[in-house]
Design a protein around this ligand. Sequence first.
Ligand SMILES: Cc1ncc(COP(=O)(O)O)c(C=O)c1O
Length: 468
Amino acid sequence: MTHMHVAGSIHADATSAAPVWLIKPADANALVDGLWSGTATRAADGELHVGGLAASEIIAQCGSPVYVVDELDFRGRAAAWREAFDGWKVYYAGKSFLCAEVARWIAAEGLNLDVCSAGELAVALRAGLDPARIGLHGNNKSDELLRVALSHGVGRIIVDSSDEITRLERLTAELGVRAQVLIRVTTGVEAHTHEYIATAHEDQKFGFSISGGQALVAMVRCYGSPRIDLMGIHSHIGSQIFDTNGFEVATRRTLRLLSQFSEATGTPLPELDLGGGFGIAYTSDDSPATAHDLARGLDDIITHECRAFGIERPLLSIEPGRAISGPPGTALYTVGTTKVVELGGGHSRRYVSVDGGMSDNIRPALYAAEYSALLANRVSGAAPVLSRVVGLHCEGGDILVRDVFLPGDVRPGDVLAVPASGAYSRSMASNYNHTPRPGVVSVRDGRIATLIRRETLDDLLALDAGLD
Ligand SMILES: Cc1ncc(COP(=O)(O)O)c(C=O)c1O
């Protein structure tokens, strides 16, 4: 869960500087249930092991910091979503984390792939993915991007504006091809974490408004366009969603739109895509639903709403990203310094600085996302103390884990592991402070494979036109 009112929750509990949701663990060495990737264990040697490898061994082989992807867990989650949503098309949202090997895993597990930029599309095509299994998103797709997508026969393009329809009409004629499209609609539902707002006005950059009528106009235009095959509509309501309330309202509004289209043209549209945003556990405070429970919940809603509108059940699709790529990822960091800061009222906080930070995980700084951390290279008998894990960047907001209880003897050279780091960490990483981005490795049965190699200072300096 993203705790938006951090100061409020900290001060809500006068007996501790910790936020109210954070429980002091009886044993700070224990792995919290549901937070870690499938093969993560505290092994007999005292270390955190993932994919059969000790944290310190992974760092010795791959350097620090490093993102570690538990291959069996990643593929297992992909398969679980496909199985739970039997009869639906499942598109993995590549924006959460994409590289060639992940594209191949996704295809091997029977999923499709969602991309939203020229770079993501290039990775998918170069990885050998069948273009028919790719969906292309984006609110500002260039001529060049659309040309690549159309000439490769990308399975569907999710259209976001009238300008894009004009562009598609011109490019399909120029290339002598057809375009399969879904219209991205805004339902007025905005869902984040446990809450949703069903009456939100549609003040955002994505999609065509249903309530304003633009969605139906765009659909009718595409329907009448000689080289566009209108397949259906697409709605994405938010991120880190834990229940089906927001989807229920969005489904009602999108199905109503489908029935209006059918009445207006006499032709039913075959597809409805409900987007992604399914929540995962970042801390002990989060308890996400399983793919199976979500599938059952969404299925019931669709059956009910289709009956109410008297329409056929459309072909359905979803686009989970973090729910597949988040939990299998663990970020490993090495501790560089520690210091204790007095907070007043007899409280203190231990700052633990690691060799990464906001350049490899911007989410805490960007939207106050919460994470957890664990001492990974050894067990400790020291009492847990309230700690804040911070990075090495020149920025006070360079926080990786705002509040966590770590053993009081965490020291330079120790390894910290941050679970649920597989989504929107590497994919949103930057080179802030000229910091090379960490590598991404996969681990499985005691073997390590490089997914994305670590950047070097030479990589960065090579871009500087003022240097030889
Ligand atoms: C259109 C669309 N689909 C799917 C996703 C994936 O979301 P998540 O990774 O939260 O499942 C996003 C995320 O922003 C999105 O914008």
